[in-house]
Design a protein around this ligand. Structure first.
Ligand SMILES: Cc1ncc(COP(=O)(O)O)c(C=O)c1O
Length: 541
């Protein structure tokens, strides 16, 4: 079917009586059923059902309106946790938000509701309504969540739903040569050595396979378990893992940037060392060295963590995943493109398909044969058939984070609560680590804890730390899961075998203290040969 004839088909299907012409009823199981087919949903009714469910959740949430949710008020946050997560049904408590989180109940329930709707009806009229829910209302709510509500640019011009941060990051690292933005023989880009592989190795892979110049990639390096670097190291672009000031980060970074630096691409918060970068200052200072530098923030560890305020923090693009900190639906992510800087046009998307409305770029007036595609974030949303249930549920995550369900939830309160849980993680580590590292002191914590501990503004709640010599972090992770029913992570970072805990608002303060106690318990048992070592050598990012 050509795109024109398909559009005519969709137009007819969306019109009055369109539903009646749809095939499919002949496939019902029995002849008797075929004679009395279920009545197709009336146009608009699916969206109405979704909206009325939302209204119900909003009304139910009013019972919590007297809870202001101050970060340290465990009683109020525990009430929230128990209301939005079915902890009684969990066979394991996740303290691993940097990887994956349980979904909020409204997210899960909307998933089921939409799946059931799709089980009955996968017609174009039905799917058109679901697309309106996700790309229309859903992205609109995400726009508010990101502090972009006052922008008069349409939400889907700023934001695209993608599979995950992996896909978003790869749109970036795979798209800028084809577009002509980067000349890899003459220009350079800056990456950070503790970026996620999708924003580090992926660049090295492009360089190796697309024959980029020798100096096309410059690396900001991290001196692990250190508070200082030498003047020479700083000049070469090295930062200590426990910076004492913003300058400890800014000066080495600026030393790598020159007039041919087209892009700096950094984890806003690193999953590998827990450092939270002062992104606002980075953007200003790098642009003062080179006003055209493009800044990509990998927000996998900041989306659903920070009150992002993207209208103010002027990054060119950001990626994130709903299934991590926001406790949204699984396998859906977001890419933000700053329209003020014309960010999207610098990338030729590697996927050319159609969107949730079953429209190609051609349907929006961009001629494929002439190499045209939307100049905004929408160019990244032509991904073909996707799971409508997942996409619609992103709207529920955004409604939760903007206080539409639980009245006093705001992105700022979520940020403060997560930071507070990070305080709890730090306190618990300070209390328990001396039991396995007798030399440990709070002043020298940086020798064992990779996450910045001197200056609390350089972290939220991603904590990475060492295990004693000879104790495999992978085994600790496995035993903590089997013996204590906590999900944590183990990672190899620059030759160090590390454990990671990363609590978010779905955790209680008690979880944080209990998981650290469980880790110490397991390590002691391993040291006493009561639990096996050297069995689980795989590590995770
Ligand atoms: C900084 C960072 N970027 C990207 C990713 C990839 O995220 P996803 O698995 O959701 O694609 C991760 C995952 O841990 C990450 O930590």
């Amino acid at each position: 079917m050509s795109h024109l004839s398909r559009r005519q088909f969709i137009g007819a299907a969306l019109g009055v009586g369109g539903v009646a012409m749809l095939p499919g009823l002949a496939f019902t199981a029995t002849a008797q059923k075929a004679e009395t087919p279920p009545t197709p949903a009336a146009i608009g009714s699916v969206l109405d059902k979704i909206k009325s469910q939302i209204e119900q959740w909003k009304a139910e949430g009013q019972q919590f309106k007297a809870d202001p949710l101050d970060p340290e008020n465990d009683e109020q946050w525990d009430r929230l946790v128990n209301y939005y997560f079915d902890r009684a049904a969990f066979s394991c408590i996740s303290v691993n938000s940097a990887n994956l989180c349980p979904s909020l109940k409204p997210v899960d329930q909307m998933m089921v509701m939409v799946q059931q709707m799709l089980g009955k009806d996968i017609s174009f009229p039905m799917r058109g309504e679901l697309a309106k829910a996700s790309l229309g209302y859903g992205l609109g709510a995400v726009k508010d969540w990101f502090g972009l509500g006052s922008s008069d640019v349409k939400a889907d011009f700023l934001l695209a739903l993608v599979a995950n941060s992996t896909e978003g990051n790869n749109f970036i690292n795979n798209g800028l040569v084809t577009s002509g933005f980067l000349d890899p023989q003459k220009d350079n880009i800056v990456v950070w050595d503790v970026n996620h592989p999708t924003n580090y190795d992926a660049w090295m892979f492009r360089k190796a396979t697309q024959k980029w110049g020798k100096n096309s990639i410059r690396t900001l390096q991290t001196k692990m378990f250190s508070q200082t670097v030498t003047a020479e190291e700083r000049q070469k672009g090295m930062i200590p893992s426990d910076p004492q000031s913003e300058d400890d980060i800014l000066l080495p970074l600026k030393a790598l940037v020159d007039s041919r630096t087209k892009m700096a691409t950094l984890s806003w918060q690193s999953n590998e060392c827990g450092m939270l970068l002062p992104m606002d200052r980075i953007v200003h200072e790098l642009r003062s060295v080179n006003k055209n530098i493009y800044i990509h923030a990998d927000g996998a560890q900041t989306f659903g963590v920070l009150d992002l305020k993207l209208g103010k923090v002027d990054v060119d693009s950001m990626t994130g995943s709903f299934h991590k900190w926001p406790c949204g639906p699984k396998m859906v992510g977001i890419i933000y493109m700053n329209n003020k800087t014309g960010a999207a046009e610098k990338f030729a998307p590697s996927i050319w398909g159609y969107d949730e409305y079953i429209n190609t770029p051609g349907d929006y007036g961009f001629d494929a044969a002439a190499g045209k595609i939307d100049p905004n974030a929408k160019r990244f949303s032509y991904l073909g058939q996707q799971n409508d249930a997942t996409l619609v549920s992103t709207w529920m995550a955004a409604l939760f984070h903007t206080g539409n369900f639980h009245p006093n939830v705001t992105p700022a309160r979520i940020e403060a609560r997560i930071h507070y849980l990070g305080d709890q993680a730090k306190n618990a580590l300070y209390e328990h680590l001396p039991k396995i590292f007798p030399e440990f002191t709070p002043k020298t914590a940086y020798k064992w804890i990779a996450t910045p501990t001197t200056n609390d503004t350089f972290r939220s709640s991603v904590f990475l730390f060492k295990t004693p010599d000879g104790i495999q972090a992978g085994d600790v992770m496995q035993h903590v899961y089997e013996q204590h029913k906590f999900a944590i992570a183990n990672l190899k970072v620059k030759g160090h075998d590390l454990l990671r805990i990363s609590p978010t608002f779905c955790n209680t303060s008690q979880d944080v203290h209990d998981v650290v106690a469980a880790i110490i318990d397991v390590i002691k048992a391993m040291k006493n040969n009561k639990l096996a070592n050297n069995t689980h050598l795989r590590s995770y990012a």
